[in-house]
Design a protein around this ligand. Sequence first.
Ligand SMILES: *[C@@H]1O[C@H](CO)[C@@H](O)[C@H](O)[C@H]1NC(C)=O
Ligand SMILES: *[C@@H]1O[C@H](CO)[C@@H](O)[C@H](O)[C@H]1NC(C)=O
Ligand SMILES: *[C@@H]1O[C@H](CO)[C@@H](O)[C@H](O)[C@H]1NC(C)=O
Ligand SMILES: *[C@@H]1O[C@H](CO)[C@@H](O)[C@H](O)[C@H]1NC(C)=O
Length: 434
Amino acid sequence: MEGRICSLTLLFLVLSGAGALQVNIPDEIYEHARGDNISLPCSFTSKNLGGLVVISWSVKEIKANAKEILILTYYSSKGITDIKAIYEGRVSMDVDVPKGQANLKLNSITLGDNKIFECRVQIPGDDEGKPADTTRLVVLVAPSTPICKIQGKAEYGQNINLTCKSKEGSPAPTYSWESRDVRNVPRVATPRATTNGIKSLYNISKETSGYYICTSKNKIRSATCNLTLAVMPPSMTLGSAGIIGIVVAAVAALIIGIIIYCCCCRKKKQQEEYAMGVREEYTDKEPARNGESRQADGQEDPRGYDDSSVRSPDRYEEQSERNYDSRRDYDDRRSDYDDRRSDYDDRRSDYDDRRDKYSDRHERYEDERGYDDERRYNDSRDRRRDERDRRDDDDRRYEDDRHNDDRYNEPDDDRERGRPPVPPSNKPRRDYDD
Ligand SMILES: *[C@@H]1O[C@H](CO)[C@@H](O)[C@H](O)[C@H]1NC(C)=O
Ligand SMILES: *[C@@H]1O[C@H](CO)[C@@H](O)[C@H](O)[C@H]1NC(C)=O
Ligand SMILES: *[C@@H]1O[C@H](CO)[C@@H](O)[C@H](O)[C@H]1NC(C)=O
Ligand SMILES: *[C@@H]1O[C@H](CO)[C@@H](O)[C@H](O)[C@H]1NC(C)=O
């Protein structure tokens, strides 16, 4: 019915020759925040405005071949506006035919109103010109607070993504990351806006840790999220076997290294010693002291044995032989000393015997005053003197071997006390006799 009327009107306009209808929407795009009450302007001009004017608004999706949906139609003849059910209650038309104005009023717009709106004017008898115009309504939505997340493991050497996404925002927000270190000091970087909100971090380390702030922004407003990134060493649960393996390998390498080092060192030292003409055996650790220590090596130097134990086995054997020899030496001397001691005791008793004999002889001499006896006496006196000298020698040797031996000193005193009286008058007497 309407179509027929339109056609008739057009036919009339064409036939009448009047025309040049112009419908115009000033702007290509109108941006309004979600929830606002808005008005989409539409104006028209025609030479034939006294008659019937039919004005309609329709809408279609922003995509190719989208189907057009009628919102409302205004008929000037009776001032009637027909509104489609889905827009009932929130749309109206601000129409003033004489002024050529037909604005669409839309309350509480939503993201569903992001569409292309068309204003069309039909005036019978004026079908020339431009009967319709379109515009785009952009319903703006402030970005919702974005969600920051970490994709991947925040461990040393990993590559991770930081993601940032606002659930809503129209037009679609852009995202930019800035970072601050753990002391909240901004890192020098050029924030680059992305549409996907992904920041990729490669080969992260401890220094990568800090705060990462993502800003989600569109032309209305912006919102941020604040991500704390703590990059940790690879977790024990994941790599415990690997870590244990590394530790074991490191210890093994260390031991092998020590063994090799020791072998090399010993070989080198031996070579040095041979090169210096130092025979094996019994050197102290410092090569410079080799000569001294060999000269001064007391045969019973107890340290020598210990030192030799860390040296090559043949040295050890030789050293033990030496020690054994010196031990035997010592034992020999000890028994030597014992021998001499018993020797001395023997001589002592010998001496005592002789002294007794002397006393006897003295008495006999006193009695007989025999020349032979006297000569024997003199002989034995000489012998005794010799023995005393020898004893003195023994004393000295004994003193050398054993210092401060009281058991020895006592008999010495005894001997001094027990020294036989010097026979003073024998010779004169003999001379006297002669
Ligand atoms: C939009 O209009 C409705 C009435 O139609 C009113 O209640 C509402 O507060 C208006 N909203 C704004 C943002 O003006
Ligand atoms: C990070 O994002 C890139 C694409 O932007 C993707 O190829 C890569 O697999 C992501 N890495 C992780 C750890 O999710
Ligand atoms: C990762 O970073 C460390 C220093 O942090 C560096 O030694 C290593 O070579 C890097 N690895 C790669 C594959 O870039
Ligand atoms: C991010 O969070 C940390 C601690 O939660 C705070 O110290 C820092 O100031 C925050 N940065 C921003 C830009 O909000």
